[in-house]
Design a binder for this molecule. Structure first.
Ligand SMILES: Cc1cc2nc3c(=O)[nH]c(=O)nc-3n(C[C@H](O)[C@H](O)[C@H](O)COP(=O)(O)OP(=O)(O)OC[C@H]3O[C@@H](n4cnc5c(N)ncnc54)[C@H](O)[C@@H]3O)c2cc1C
Length: 269
């Protein structure tokens, strides 16, 4: 099986974020591998380990795990983390023309790579922790005209028959879904516990190849991506007002009433 895992580099969830010119200012904050994409990397590695004659991912397994990402040059840091977990190689699409791309452009770029490399299975997280649109996996499947199995809480693949099945976990319940490869699957965080990269994995990741194709190599017109082609525009953004100091109530016997009055005033009871 040729497995691709789509990963995004995002600003650290704990970093204070600012908007600049209608875009999130990414340069000034620490960037990390999108948390939810770690589950997709882990699931890809588990699939390979399960179906590998050696029980291990990597050379000799008969399967490959390729990390694919669209982002700035520094996205290689997030990619290296995924490689240090055990993925084999990576492809980064990075071009100044991509700055400000929306989800439609992101899915266009990733779909071209997937089409070119003929991956059997594409694994994604359910959403990025910065833009949180949760649309890229569905857009990829639609562009590639292949099956989409989203919100997978468990995943089984039989490489011999190309059969794939997931337990799709949503607020409404669990749906058991089946299809055949090729397919796009997005995984939820309950699917597994991502491994920590080992020291050996970190050292090995430094030598793993990261290909950086140009937009023209992928047959993408630079006018079709970037902020100029985005279907949505941020017209205005304001910083959230500083949090006001709370009210301190000393309970001298009527604390319960003060608390109840407060909740009633806020229409919470
Ligand atoms: C006007 C405008 C400008 C924007 N400018 C930028 C910008 O400059 N930079 C930017 O990052 N975003 C930008 N965005 C946000 C952009 O729309 C989304 O970040 C991005 O296109 C994907 O949507 P998402 O992050 O919500 O992904 P989701 O749909 O929430 O992601 C789901 C999964 O898809 C995969 N995925 C998503 N994005 C990528 C990626 N880039 N590479 C590989 N896999 C991915 C991951 O597996 C992820 O877990 C902009 C949005 C607008 C409206």
């Amino acid at each position: 099986m040729k497995i691709a895992v789509a990963v995004k580099q995002v600003p650290d969830s704990w970093a204070e974020k600012k908007m600049s010119g209608g875009l999130l200012d990414r340069a000034g904050v620490d960037a990390v591998l999108n948390d939810l994409d770690e589950y997709a990397v882990e699931e890809a590695l588990r699939l390979v380990e399960k179906h590998s004659p050696t029980g291990e991912a990597g050379e000799g397994s008969g399967h490959t795990v390729t990390i694919i990402s669209m982002g700035p040059d520094r996205a290689t840091e997030a990619i290296r983390k995924a490689l240090s977990m055990g993925a084999d190689n990576a492809i980064l699409i990075s071009d100044p023309a991509l700055a400000g791309s929306d989800a439609l452009a992101t899915s266009l770029v990733l779909s071209k790579i997937i089409e070119r490399e003929k991956f059997d299975l594409v694994l994604c997280g359910t959403e990025s922790t910065d833009a949180r649109m949760s649309v890229v996996p569905a857009m990829l499947a639609e562009r590639l005209n292949i099956a989409q199995l989203t919100f997978a809480g468990s995943l089984e693949v039989d490489p011999a028959t190309s059969k794939i099945s997931v337990a799709r976990t949503t607020d409404a319940g669990i749906e058991n879904m089946e299809s055949t490869l090729p397919a796009v699957v997005s995984v939820i965080e309950k699917i597994n516990e991502p491994r920590y990269p080992s020291f050996k994995g970190i050292m090995a990741s430094k030598k793993k190849p990261i290909a950086i194709p140009t937009l023209s190599e992928l047959g993408i017109d630079s006018q079709a991506v970037g902020i100029g082609s985005a279907w949505s525009t941020v017209n205005n953004a304001q910083e959230r007002a500083a949090r006001a100091a709370g009210i301190k109530v000393v309970d001298d016997g009527n604390g319960g009433k003060v608390f109840a009055d407060f909740l009633a005033e806020k229409r919470l009871i």
